[in-house]
Design a protein around this ligand. Structure first.
Ligand code: SAM
Ligand code: SF4
Length: 462
């Protein structure tokens, strides 16, 4: 019997900030709390428990969490017994400071301890709050998470790796998420099969450093991501596999080869480079040069000529000169991106770059560089989208659109494609003739529907 049927149902609202890994973690927190009678709702009003699953990557992340907590405090004043928890990377980094500054918070937990949530809820109820658990426990949380039986979206996320040992000088992740850890192949495969049985047709494998994956294989050896992808591609009903986010240093030959001969591995890769200047890459401790990155892209394009590239960039890293920035623009022109995220460098407390006292680029300089870079990236993205017009692409439909009769899916290159078509195509892949580009993505018409997965090489390019 479900908790709602027993009358014991409690409402759980989780607000998720940041990346897909947090989206995955939020879903798993809901799974962990389900046996206690918590059911997810989509607003905090009237909720018995609110979790803010925070991200520390963006600037002023902690301040945004404190202002959200201010709003929640008034809800809590009107609802006796409401539990407020702060999870994720801000919780990991701020710990006791959150308890001190926001006494309305009952529980503070880091990204590695959410399998202990039921016990924290019980402790908070007994003690009237004040529960802090930001350990990096010896037992991996994945061993303690219940199997999710919730229906999957057509596109599902699956965390295969966590943490990072790369220590880029600007980044908080190694401190908030801890050391690299990979799940076992068997565990990942079992979760992937469950996701597919629950409706997923495409799975995005997640990790802070996903291509550093080295999980125990069924043969007792460590498997890399290339091998894992091949294994997962054998699952019936799984049409597409993606992975994010990768580091150039961990793009090994096995993984590159998989891009050439595993049709389910989608021809789109988010491979952040951060800068095109070797001097800045060295200062960032990225441990590769701009030409190393160019060579990786070339090798990928040899095995998969239509692969579309995406990246992250940071402008105004301490010491970045106009010449360094020009190197970044040159790299962008050489590679040609279909999608990118670009940021002004901003110091994160506790990171090596934040401790540098000299060479900081002033705000106006960063703003100007960011605008120039974004103009170039926007132009590349528009050109990429325009080049899709007239092509027939396989589109995996995920949901209904905003207009009646419209459904929305993704192309292999992560473009949103809007098509007037029957709703029952959601969850299937169909060939779509792209007819136009809008600010929300592409529009198209059904070209043919085969009722079976189609990969890009099966449809005729225009
Ligand atoms: N693991 C990925 C990699 O190695 O590139 C990136 C992970 S990080 C969560 C996401 C992005 O946030 C980074 O690629 C970087 O561009 C940006 N970022 C991280 N720290 C930053 C900082 N201090 N200032 C500006 N942008 C930052
Ligand atoms: Fe952060 Fe990515 Fe560098 Fe790791 S590899 S320290 S997650 S930017």
């Amino acid at each position: 019997m479900r908790p709602s049927e027993t009358g014991l149902s409690k409402k759980l609202f989780i607000k998720t900030y940041g990346c897909q890994m947090n989206v995955y973690d939020s879903a798993r927190m809901a799974d962990v709390l389900a046996p206690l009678g918590y059911e997810a709702v989509d607003a905090p009003d009237g909720a018995d428990m609110v979790i803010l699953n925070t991200c520390h990557i963006r600037e002023k992340a902690a301040e945004k969490v404190y202002s959200e907590l201010g709003r929640l405090r008034s809800l809590k004043d009107d609802r006796e017994g409401m539990v407020i928890a702060v999870a994720g990377c801000v919780a990991q980094a701020e710990g006791e400071e959150i308890m001190r500054r926001a006494p309305c918070v009952d529980i503070v937990l880091g990204p590695q301890t959410y399998h202990r949530l039921p016990e924290m809820v019980a402790r908070a109820a007994r003690a009237g709050g004040g529960v802090l658990d930001t350990d990096f426990p010896v037992e991996p949380k994945f061993d303690f998470l219940p199997e999710s039986s919730a229906p999957s979206g057509v596109g599902a996320f699956l965390t295969i790796q966590e943490g990072c040992d790369k220590f880029c000088t600007f980044c908080v992740v190694p401190y908030t998420r801890g050391a690299e850890f990979s799940r076992s192949v068997a565990e990942i495969e079992a979760e992937a099969r469950r996701l597919v049985a629950n409706g997923a047709r495409e799975i995005t494998l997640l990790g802070q450093n996903v291509n550093a994956f080295h999980g125990a294989g069924p043969d007792g050896r460590d498997w890399g991501l290339g091998r894992l992808v091949r294994r997962l591609a054998e699952i019936d009903g799984l049409y597409g596999i993606r992975y994010t986010t990768s580091h150039p240093l961990s793009m090994d030959e096995e993984l590159i080869a998989a891009h050439g001969d595993v049709p389910a591995l989608m021809p789109f890769l988010h491979l952040p480079v951060q800068s095109g200047s070797d001097r800045i890459l060295a200062a960032m401790n990225r441990k590769h040069t701009a030409d190393d990155y160019r060579r990786i892209v070339d090798r990928l394009r040899v095995v998969r000529p239509d692969i579309a590239m995406a990246s992250d960039f940071i402008v105004g890293y301490p010491g970045e000169t106009d010449a360094d920035f020009e190197d970044t623009l040159r790299l962008v022109r050489d590679v040609g991106y279909a999608q990118a995220y670009s940021f002004k460098y901003s110091p994160r407390p506790g990171t090596p770059a934040a401790g540098r006292r000299y060479g900081h680029v002033d705000e106006a300089g960063k703003t100007e560089r960011l605008a120039v870079l974004q103009d170039l990236l926007d132009a590349q993205m528009s050109a990429f989208n325009q080049a899709s017009v007239g092509r027939v692409l396989p589109v995996l439909f995920e949901r209904t659109g905003r207009h009646p009769g419209q459904i929305v899916g993704r192309s292999p290159y992560m473009q949103a494609v809007h098509v007037d078509a029957p709703r029952d195509l959601i969850g299937t892949s169909a060939a779509v003739m792209v007819t136009g580009v809008t600010s929300h993505g592409l529009t198209g018409v059904l070209a043919a529907f085969s009722g079976r997965p189609m990969h890009s090489e099966e449809v005729v390019a225009g």
